[in-house]
Design a binder for this molecule. Structure first.
Ligand code: UD1
Length: 363
């Protein structure tokens, strides 16, 4: 039977698959929608892509554009062309974009040029630094968005400060829907069996361009790691590994405390975060997930868009500096207060309700 509305989700990178998983469940509960999933192909390794579709039970994408890696302009250009062809063929009622990757801005531009309404999941966030690739994507996407689904009050305020107040919905963070709903977490014994650690370890990730593409920053981070006195499980993104080799920083990783692992799946990552003594990361997703699990996280970036978690004291911004990272590991007092400032795990239902309202009025 023909559905009332056809909507297209465009995703391409790891954090978007997690957001899509949360929203797809809520969309699938509604009879009104035909939901078409488009994968840009920005991430293509099994570790960064396929395993999330399997594990999070996301249907196979209807289309894969296969943009692959390359300069951001090339990725965005290929993605605009690929999405545009699909839009022309499918003529959807709405396009949903997620987060702030090159796939996000490309899909938003393509939809806007065909006058198709755009819903942006994770709208309104800002880091106020245009040297960050994701900041450009945030700005471009919100400039053409019609429905703004915003995870935090700070995001709502950011939009209001630029005059955007209509169709702005404070939903909480969509990634948390999975965590509240469906906790397939590993226990300590499983982690011990796989990694040989008890709870006193640090879980680490690092992939942001500001850290990996700047030799001095990456050297500071990797040297700090080499000096930690507790076991470290370092889930390493392929680009970070390439850069460590390119900059000849491998020696600092020879400490017997460091266990380098391939990027794990969603639930394994959540388990590693939950049972860690502390997390060190530049990933926006892991910053939020650490907050959810009440695990303190040191941010190895100069800023974060998840400012509420820093204000509450669960996250601290150390930047890419060996001294401040080591100092934070040694001297940080973890707070007792935890206000669930990122939402209650019901973002998906809220987003779907507002999309239906919007499309019903428009029809
Ligand atoms: C992208 C997003 C970032 C998001 C991250 C999640 C942008 C600008 N950045 O960063 O916001 O937090 O995804 O991981 O969109 N590579 C592989 N296999 C892959 C994909 C990439 O080896 O499947 C390597 C390639 O060398 C590639 C590099 O990683 O050049 C960077 O990939 P890219 O997609 O450009 O950016 P990410 O760092 O993954």
């Amino acid at each position: 039977m023909k559905k009332k509305y056809k909507i297209i989700s465009v995703v391409g990178a790891r954090p978007q698959f997690i957001k899509l998983a949360g929203l797809h469940k809520a969309i699938a509960n509604e009879n009104d929608f035909e939901h078409i999933i488009v994968h840009s192909g920005q991430h293509y390794d099994y570790n960064l892509s396929g395993q999330f579709f399997m594990e999070l039970e996301i249907p196979e994408p209807h289309y894969n554009i296969g943009i692959g890696s390359g300069h951001h302009n090339i990725q965005i250009a290929k993605c605009i062309i690929g999405v545009d062809e699909i839009l022309e063929k499918e003529n959807p009622d709405l396009v949903i974009v997620y987060g702030d990757t090159n796939t996000t801005s490309a899909a938003a531009i393509a939809a806007s040029k065909r006058n198709i309404p755009i819903a942006h999941v994770e709208a309104g966030l800002r880091e106020f630094d245009k040297s960050i690739p994701e900041e450009i994507n945030k700005l471009l996407t919100d400039a053409v968005t019609d429905l703004f689904f915003v995870p935090t009050q700070t995001g709502v305020d950011n939009l209001a400060n630029t005059g955007v107040i209509n169709q702005v919905f404070l939903t909480g963070d969509i990634s948390l829907d999975l965590l509240y709903d469906n906790q397939k977490l590993w226990n300590c014994a499983d982690l011990k069996a796989k990694y040989g650690v008890n709870e006193g370890y640090i879980f680490m990730t690092c992939h942001r361009a500001a850290n990996t593409d700047d030799r001095a920053n990456l050297e500071q981070i990797i040297e700090a790691l080499g000096e930690l006195k507790v076991p470290v499980i370092f889930a390493i993104h392929p680009r970070t590994l390439q850069k460590i080799n390119e900059y000849s920083l491998q020696d600092s990783l020879k400490s017997e405390n460091i266990n380098l692992i391939d990027p794990p799946g969603f639930w394994e990552t959540q388990s590693l975060i939950k049972h860690a003594q502390m997390v060190i990361t530049d990933s926006g997703g892991i910053i939020k997930e650490a907050y959810f699990h009440k695990t303190p996280a040191i941010i190895i970036d100069k800023q974060t868009e998840w400012i509420e978690t820093v204000e509450e004291g669960w996250n601290v911004i150390a930047g890419p500096s060996k001294i401040t990272i080591l100092n934070a590991v040694e001297n940080w007092n973890v707070p007792e207060q935890h206000s669930n400032c990122l939402g209650n795990g019901k973002a998906g239902n809220h987003i779907v309700k507002e999309i239906i309202n919007y499309l019903n009025v428009k029809k």
